[in-house]
Write a protein that binds this ligand. Structure first.
Ligand SMILES: [Zn+2]
Ligand SMILES: [Zn+2]
Ligand SMILES: [Zn+2]
Length: 322
């Protein structure tokens, strides 16, 4: 049986293909129907048929043995699914993989940078409501976080751990540090001995506007104004303000006081705690966030700390003042 000179009058998978003259077996048609396709005809050579997808209506070329023995897939439906997953995350699938792996593609992210991604990971991230992280932006953020701590990001860590990078201190010493520790300034320089634990710190109170919910955040940092910028995903929306910061002689002392203050509030006024589900999107934090009406109460606790009250010792600020 010959391949005809006649072409199918519509593009199939983006190209015009010749009709193959020959009978269509009933079992191929029924196999195609069972698997979600109409069998339109034979094409190209004795091995191929044209299927019409029941979901999207588009034609696709398949080998007969795939139709008969396997689960044929519609490339148009797959492409639409991937495009939709990318769109959900503000990204676009812009090209096939330059390395030729059909499981990968080149995506353009919301920030305008591009990167190679595995399609099914993109779809999984979209289904799970996760973002599509951009390495370029992530590294730029890590570099800025390091600069705020007097360190410089120089590249990959010596140790094989995705959470670490290599940094240079202002003294010239280089070492691996966990990205999360650098972000919070929890880093000791093994070269000159400067330590976050002994470095002066501050206890702060921030004010944020979540959608329909004003809140405050109590925490510690050696650099509250940097922390304020960094903790907000979209500062235009959350409009964070620093309400109060009190100096503490060391990072170690600050972390003890902060923990004790949270415990004090939890023990005396648990109603002030905002459930994490309400702030997890707009504010990057794992520690407690409180309702806005807790503001004056927490301010009073901070004033007591500034006046010498030690919340990590037992007792309330009133009887501790004695
Ligand atoms: Zn389809
Ligand atoms: Zn980017
Ligand atoms: Zn150093």
């Amino acid at each position: 049986m010959p391949t005809s000179k006649t072409l199918f009058p519509f593009p199939i998978d983006g190209a015009f293909h010749p009709v193959f003259l020959g009978p269509v077996k009933a079992q191929w048609t029924s196999a195609a129907e069972r698997k979600g396709f109409s069998l339109i005809g034979r094409a190209v050579d004795r091995l191929h048929v044209v299927l019409g997808c029941h979901t999207c209506g588009q034609p696709t070329l398949k080998r007969i043995n795939v139709v008969r023995d396997h689960a044929p897939e519609c490339p148009h439906c797959i492409a639409a699914r991937r495009a939709e997953a990318a769109r959900k995350m503000g990204a676009r699938l812009i090209a096939p993989d330059p390395q030729g792996d059909r499981h990968y593609g080149v995506y353009e992210f919301a920030c305008g940078h591009t990167g190679r991604r595995q399609h099914h990971r993109v779809e999984r991230a979209a289904a799970g409501g996760h973002g599509l992280g951009c390495e370029t932006c992530t590294e730029a953020r890590h570099a800025a976080e390091a600069e705020a701590r007097d360190w410089q990001l120089i590249g990959r860590a010596r140790r094989r751990h995705p959470g670490y990078r290599r940094y240079a201190h202002t003294c010239g010493h280089r070492q691996d540090v966990a990205v999360a520790n650098m972000r919070h300034g929890d880093v000791d320089c093994a070269g000159c001995g400067e330590s976050w634990a002994s470095k002066p710190s501050q206890i702060y109170l921030f004010d944020f506007t979540l959608p329909d919910l004003p809140v405050v955040k109590l925490g510690f940092s050696s650099n509250p104004s940097f922390r304020l910028r960094q903790v907000q995903r979209d500062p235009g929306q959350t409009q964070g303000k620093l309400l109060r910061a009190i100096p503490i002689e060391s990072g170690h002392r600050a972390i003890c006081i902060e923990k004790a203050l949270h415990a004090h509030i939890r023990a005396h006024c648990p109603d002030l705690i905002v459930p994490p589900a309400l702030f997890r999107g707009p504010i990057r934090t794992t520690s407690e966030i409180y309702h806005h009406h807790a503001r004056s109460y927490i301010q009073a606790l901070l004033e007591a700390v500034a006046a010498g009250w030690d919340p990590s010792a037992s007792g309330s600020p009133d009887n501790a003042a004695a």
